[in-house]
Design a protein around this ligand. Structure first.
Ligand SMILES: Nc1ncnc2c1ncn2[C@@H]1O[C@H](COP(=O)(O)OP(=O)(O)OP(=O)(O)O)[C@@H](O)[C@H]1O
Ligand SMILES: [Mg+2]
Length: 1017
C-alpha cells in the first residue's frame, strides 16, 4: 500500500514537470540558487519525496511563561532560593530584604460527518438556509473568483478542482468517468458537511457580498501594484497597500481608528516597500505589534504568501491566534497555532489559501526545518520575530538564531522583520539579518521612573549628574508593628493608587509574591472588600471550580480585597482567571515574578519593583526596562509610573541600572557547552541528508559564516576561533555516533546516522539521545501494557527526574495500590516494593539501588495518578508536591512524549512505540475527560471553560464554531461578549482549517495519475 502511495506521488511529480537539480541541495544557499521557477521545482520534488514530521516541544518543558526562565537557569536559581527559603522561614514572615541568598490532529474525517445536525445547538440552527442565503450564495459565486466566506469558497474550490480533473479525465479515457463519479459523491458529501459545519451563524447579505467583491477587487489592484513595484509608487492601496476593509477591521476588532505617526512612517519606509529585512525598535507599549500585523496582512493578501509570526510564550501565541482569527475569517486566510502540542509538520499544503502560522520559538524552528526539508520555504513570504532581543537568551536565543540563519541562507524570497524594545546592539543584529533599522522613542503614555530609598522618592533623571533627582517624601503613617512588617512601605506605595487604579508589584521570588499579597491585604480597610464585591465572588467561585473544589488558601484570603499573586506555581486555569480578572479591573493589584513582564500584556498605572533582584541576581537593564514598561495603559491611563525600591547597599548598582545603556545581545550558539552549534550543525547535515545529498565541510563553514556568532566572533570566540569550534563540534558529533565523516573525491563529506537523524528530528537533547535509545530498547524487552505506567515511565523527561525528591510515605502508599503486573514491572526496572517500604519506614537500605530509576518511577506514579484522576489538586496533595510542579510535570512530559515518539519513528525496531506513544501524547496533551478534548483544541480554552461550555450544550467544535456569541455569553457564566466573540472566531477558524485540510487530503487522494498505464492500441 505504501509503495502504491509512493508511486502515485512520484508520478504526480512528473506530471508537474518538476526537474531535479542534483547540484542543489537543501543546503544550497539562496544566493547561489535561481530565484525563478526552477528552485520551486526542485523544492517541490523534495516535498513529495520525503514528507516527515518534526517535533520540537521544548518550550513545553517549562509550561508557558517559565520556559525562558527554566531555560536560562533563572528559574532554577529561583527554585533553589525558594526551597532554601521554605525551609528557613515561617510562612507568614515577609522578607524585608530580598534574599541574596504533530502531532497530527487526531480527529478523523468522520468527525466532520459525526456532527450530523445541530438540533441540540443552543441557538438558531445554521442548517436553515433562508432563501436570501441561497440567493446570496448563488450571487456570491457569480460575483467573485475567490470569496471570503469559507464554506462558499470551499464549495467553489471543489467544483473548480473537479472541472480541472474533468478536462484531464476526458482526455485520458474511460477510467476517468468512474473516477470522477466517485470523486463527485465524496466531494459532494464533504461539501455538504463543511458547508453546514463551517457556516457562519449570521446570514450573508447582498451588501456584504458586494462589499467583499470590492475588497477582492482592491486586493487585486494592490497585488498588481505590488508586482510592478517601483520607487515612484508611494501608495499601493487605500490602506498601506491593503484594502479599506483592513482598516475597518482594525477598528472593529481592535478599536484603533488611526495609526500613530511613527507607525505610518515605518509602514512607508523604503525598506518596507522594497521588502528588505527590517528591525524596528521602540519603547514598551509603543504599538509595535500593529505594524507587524499590517505587514503580515499585506504579505498574505497581496503577495499571497504564507507568514510565520514567532512569539516567545504559549500564552502569547494563543492570545494572538484568538486576536487574529477574526481577521482570518473576514479576509480569508488560515490562522494556524503552533504551540504546545498544536501544529502539524510539515504544515498542510493549501493550494488555494494562505496560512499565518503563529508559533512559539521552538515550534517556529521546527516549522522552518520541515519547510526546508519539504522544499516549501519559498512559500513563506515573511517571518516576524517579536521580542527579538531574546536572541541573547540562553538556548531559546540559540533556537531563534538557528531559525533565522536557516531562513537567510535558504530563501532570498523570505523577508525577516524583528521588533524589540530592549535591543542594545542593533548594529550586530542588523549585520546578521542583513536588515535595516528603524528606531523611535515614541510611547503613547508617558512613563515616569522613580527610585525609592528609605522614605524618599527620587525621579530617574539621566541628565543629572547623580542620575536621580529628589521628587518627594513618601507620606505614610505606620504603627510600629506595621513598620516591622513592612519596612519598605509597600503598603503605602500600593494604596496611593489602588483600588481606583491598577498596580503590579514585581517580587524576587514566588514565595515573596504570596507573602506580599497576604501582608498588604492585612492592612487594607473594609472599603476594599466592598469594591467590585460581586465580581470578586464570581472569581472565587470560578477558581474553586477550576480546582475541582480545591482552592489556594492565599488566593482565597486576598482576592476579596482585590489582590492576587501571579507566578508559575499557579495552575494554568488559575493563571488565566487571575489574568482575566486583573485585565477587566476586578483585581487591582498583582504581586508577581518577573515572568509576567514578558508574558501576556497586563499593564498597570503603577509598577513597583520590590527589589532590584530576580532570585539572588541583580536584575539586568533589559529586565528592568521590560518590568517598568508595563506601567501606563494606552487608552486608559494618562500617565504610568514605576518605583524601584532599593536599600543603601544597592545604591550604586541601582543608579547604573536606571541609566546605563541596554545590554548587548550576544549569540547563544556557544551557550551550555556549545549545544547550539552542535545541534545546528547536526540539523544542517540532517536537512541535506533528507535529499540524499551529502554535506561537505565547506558547506558547513559557509553556513556558519551567516550566523550571529560569526558576526560576533571577535567578542565570543576568544580562546578558539569559530572554525576550531566547528571542527570540535564535528568531532563530538562523530564520537557520539550522530554523524560519519568520510573522504570522498578529496573532500571531507559528512553524513548523518540513524541516531543523528532521530535526534535532530525529534529535538531530543543530543547529550541524552544515546541514553534514551538504551532506555527504550531495554523497555521494549519487557514492555508492560496492562496500564500506561510503563510507557509513562519511559517518557519521563530526564531534566525533571534530576529535580525530584520522593516523599517516601506517599511513594509507598501508591506503590501498594499498584496491580500485580505493575509491581512486577517496578521490580524489573530495579525498584522493588521492599526498598520503598524500608525507605518509608525510615530505615537505611544497604543494597545499592539505581536512584535515577527510583525517582523516575516516583514521577511516573504521579503522572499515572493524574492521568487516571485528572484532578491536579488532589494528586498534588497526595504526593506532597506543589500544584505548579504537577502542572509543569504534565506539560513537560507531554512535550517529551511527543519528542520520543518522533525519535522512535526513525528506528524500525521501535515500531510498537509508534501507536502507543501517539495515543499517550494525545492523552497527556489535554489530560481531561475525553469529551472535553475537542473544545480544548480551540486556542486558549482551558479545562474549566471547556466544562462550562460542555454543560451549556456546546459539546463539539462545530457547536462552538456555529454559536451565536451573544447567546454564548448569556449562557456561559462569566464569559463576556468580547471573549465570546474571540472564542467563536477561533473555533470557526479551527473548523475551517480542519475542513480545508481534509479537502486537500481528498483532492490529493483522488488525483488521477496522468501516467496511469493505459491499454495499448
Ligand atoms: N495606533 C494606535 N492607536 C491606539 N492604540 C494603539 C495603536 N497601536 C497600538 N495600540 C495599542 O497599544 C497597546 C500596546 O501595543 P503593543 O502591544 O503593540 O506594544 P509593544 O510596542 O509591542 O510593547 P511591548 O514592547 O511592551 O511588547 C496595545 O493595547 C495596542 O492595541
Ligand atoms: Mg510587543
Amino acid at each position: 500500500m505504501n509503495a502504491g502511495k509512493q508511486e502515485l506521488k512520484v508520478k504526480r511529480v512528473s506530471t508537474r514537470k518538476r526537474t531535479r537539480d542534483s547540484l542543489n541541495s537543501n543546503l544550497t544557499p539562496a544566493k547561489k540558487r535561481g530565484t525563478g521557477p526552477e528552485k520551486g521545482m526542485l523544492n517541490g520534488l523534495m516535498a513529495d519525496e520525503n514528507p516527515t514530521e518534526y517535533c520540537s516541544d521544548n518550550e513545553d518543558l517549562f509550561g508557558d511563561y517559565d520556559s525562558i526562565l527554566g531555560d536560562s537557569s533563572v528559574m532554577a536559581k529561583l527554585d533553589c532560593v525558594e526551597q532554601i527559603a521554605r525551609k528557613q522561614e515561617p510562612q507568614q514572615a515577609v522578607d524585608s530584604q530580598p534574599r541574596h541568598s504533530d502531532d497530527r490532529l487526531t480527529d478523523s474525517i468522520l468527525d466532520v460527518f459525526k456532527d450530523k445536525s445541530f438540533e441540540d445547538l443552543p441557538a438558531a440552527t445554521p442548517f436553515d438556509l433562508s432563501e436570501d442565503d441561497v440567493e446570496n450564495m448563488k450571487m456570491s459565486e457569480l460575483l467573485q473568483e475567490d470569496k471570503t466566506s469559507t464554506p462558499l469558497r470551499i464549495k467553489k474550490r471543489t467544483s473548480e478542482g473537479r472541472t480541472k480533473m474533468g478536462v484531464v479525465n476526458t482526455t485520458e479515457g474511460q477510467t476517468s468517468g468512474v473516477f470522477s463519479k466517485a470523486r463527485r459523491s465524496m466531494t459532494d458529501h464533504l461539501k455538504r458537511a463543511m458547508l453546514s459545519n463551517a457556516r457562519a451563524p449570521s446570514s450573508v447579505s447582498c451588501a456584504k457580498v458586494l462589499k467583499e467583491a470590492v475588497v477582492t477587487e482592491e486586493i487585486n489592484v494592490a497585488m498588481q501594484a505590488m508586482e510592478t513595484v517601483s520607487t515612484v509608487t508611494t501608495d499601493l492601496g487605500p490602506f498601506f497597500g491593503l484594502p479599506t476593509k483592513v482598516k475597518e477591521l482594525i477598528y472593529k476588532l481592535r478599536g484603533i481608528n488611526d495609526l500613530y505617526d511613527w507607525q505610518k512612517t515605518c509602514l512607508n519606509l523604503d525598506s518596507i516597500r522594497e521588502r528588505r529585512n527590517l528591525i524596528y525598535s521602540l519603547p514598551t507599549s509603543g504599538g509595535k505589534t500593529l505594524v507587524a500585523e499590517i505587514l503580515i496582512l499585506k504579505e498574505l493578501l497581496c503577495r499571497k504568501k504564507d507568514c510565520l509570526f514567532i512569539l516567545p510564550y504559549i500564552s502569547l501565541v494563543q492570545e494572538k491566534v484568538r486576536g487574529l482569527a477574526g481577521f482570518g475569517l473576514e479576509l480569508d486566510f488560515m490562522v494556524e497555532e503552533y504551540a504546545g502540542s498544536k501544529g502539524r509538520f510539515p504544515p498542510v499544503k493549501r493550494r488555494n489559501n494562505r496560512s499565518l502560522y503563529i508559533a512559539t520559538i521552538e515550534k517556529g524552528h521546527s516549522l522552518v526545518n520541515s519547510l526546508i526539508e519539504n522544499g516549501r520555504l519559498d512559500n513563506m513570504g515573511l517571518v516576524v520575530v517579536d521580542e527579538l532581543h531574546m536572541l541573547g537568551d540562553g538556548s531559546r536565543g540559540a533556537i531563534i538564531e538557528m531559525t533565522l540563519a536557516k531562513v537567510l541562507y535558504m530563501s532570498n524570497q523570505t523577508q525577516i522583520i524583528g521588533m524589540s524594545a530592549t535591543l542594545g546592539n542593533i548594529k550586530d543584529i542588523q549585520t546578521f539579518l542583513r536588515a535595516e533599522n528603524y528606531t523611535n522613542d515614541f510611547r503613547p503614555v508617558q512613563l515616569s521612573e522613580y527610585v525609592k530609598l528609605k522614605d524618599t522618592i527620587y525621579e530617574v533623571a539621566p541628565q543629572e549628574e547623580d542620575c536621580l533627582k529628589f521628587s518627594r517624601l513618601l507620606n505614610f503613617k505606620y504603627s510600629s508593628s506595621m513598620q516591622r512588617m513592612d519596612p519598605d512601605h509597600i503598603i503605602a506605595l500600593a494604596t496611593e493608587v489602588i483600588p481606583a487604579y491598577s498596580c503590579l508589584i514585581f517580587c524576587p521570588t514566588q514565595k515573596n509574591c504570596e507573602n506580599i499579597a497576604g501582608m498588604i491585604c492585612k492592612y487594607l480597610k473594609e472599603e476594599f472588600l466592598v469594591h467590585k464585591e460581586k465580581e470578586k465572588g464570581v472569581l472565587l467561585q470560578e477558581l474553586r471550580s477550576s480546582g475541582n473544589g480545591s482552592m489556594c488558601p492565599v488566593l482565597k484570603k486576598v482576592i476579596p480585597y482585590g489582590l492576587a499573586y501571579h507566578h508559575s506555581g499557579l495552575t494554568s486555569g488559575e493563571r488565566r482567571l487571575v489574568e482575566e480578572a486583573y485585565s477587566s479591573g476586578v483585581l487591582c493589584l498583582l504581586a508577581c515574578t518577573s515572568t509576567l513582564a514578558a508574558g501576556i500584556n497586563l499593564p498597570a498605572r503603577r509598577v513597583i519593583l520590590r527589589s532590584p533582584y530576580v532570585a539572588a541576581d541583580f536584575i539586568k537593564r533589559s529586565q528592568y526596562k521590560q518590568m517598568v514598561g508595563r506601567a501606563g495603559r494606552a487608552g486608559i491611563d494618562t500617565v504610568g509610573e514605576s518605583i524601584l525600591i532599593i536599600q543603601d547597599k544597592d545604591r550604586i548598582m541601582a543608579k547604573k541600572l536606571v541609566s546605563a545603556p541596554m545590554e548587548t545581545c550576544y549569540s547563544n550558539l556557544t551557550h551550555n557547552d556549545g549545544k547550539g552549534i552542535l545541534s545546528l550543525i547536526l540539523s544542517i547535515i540532517g536537512l541535506n541528508a533528507s535529499t540524499f545529498i551529502t554535506t561537505t565541510l565547506e558547506q558547513v563553514k559557509d553556513f556558519m559564516s551567516g550566523t550571529l556568532l560569526c558576526v560576533q566572533e571577535d567578542q565570543l570566540c576568544v580562546e578558539r576561533n569559530l572554525w576550531d569550534m566547528v571542527q570540535e563540534s564535528l568531532a563530538f558529533l562523530k564520537e557520539k555516533d550522530l554523524i560519519t565523516i568520510s573522504q570522498c573525491a578529496q573532500r571531507e563529506t559528512l553524513e548523518i546516522t540513524k541516531l543523528g537523524k532521530a535526534t535532530y528530528k525529534s529535538s531530543v537533547d543530543l547529550t541524552q539521545c544515546d541514553v534514551l535509545y538504551k532506555d527504550l530498547s531495554k523497555g521494549l524487552e519487557s514492555l508492560m501494557l496492562n496500564s500506561y505506567l510503563h510507557l509513562i515511565y519511559l517518557i519521563m523527561p530526564y531534566d525533571m527526574i534530576a529535580q525530584c525528591k520522593p516523599d517516601w510515605m506517599a511513594f509507598f502508599r501508591q506503590f501498594t495500590l499498584l496491580s500485580a503486573s505493575e509491581q512486577k514491572m517496578a521490580a524489573a526496572i530495579g525498584v522493588p516494593e521492599s526498598f520503598v517500604a524500608r525507605k518509608a519506614a525510615g530505615q537505611t537500605v544497604k543494597k545499592s539501588v539505581n536512584m535515577a530509576a527510583v525517582r523516575r518511577l516516583y514521577l511516573a506514579l504521579v503522572l499515572f495518578t493524574l492521568l487516571k484522576e485528572t484532578n491536579l489538586w488532589s494528586v498534588a496533595e497526595r504526593f506532597q508536591l506543589s500544584r505548579g510542579f504537577i502542572q509543569t510535570l504534565l506539560s513537560s512530559s507531554s512535550a517529551f512524549c511527543s519528542c520520543v515518539l518522533h525519535f522512535t519513528e526513525e528506528f524500525e525496531e521501535f515500531w510498537p512505540f509508534k501507536a502507543l506513544l501517539a495515543e499517550l501524547t494525545r492523552r497527556l496533551s489535554y489530560c481531561v475527560t475525553a469529551e472535553l478534548v475537542p473544545l480544548m483544541e480551540v486556542a486558549g480554552v482551558l479545562e474549566y471553560r471547556a466544562k462550562q461550555l460542555y454543560n451549556a450544550g456546546y459539546k463539539t467544535l462545530a457547536h462552538l464554531a456555529n454559536a451565536d456569541p451573544n447567546v454564548l455569553s448569556n449562557t456561559v457564566e462569566n464569559l463576556n461578549k468580547r471573549q465570546a466573540n474571540m472564542m467563536v472566531a477561533s473555533a470557526k477558524m479551527l473548523l475551517n482549517e480542519k475542513a480545508s485540510a481534509l479537502q486537500e487530503e481528498v483532492d490529493e487522494l483522488l488525483m488521477l495519475p496522468l501516467d496511469l498505464p493505459m491499454a495499448s492500441h
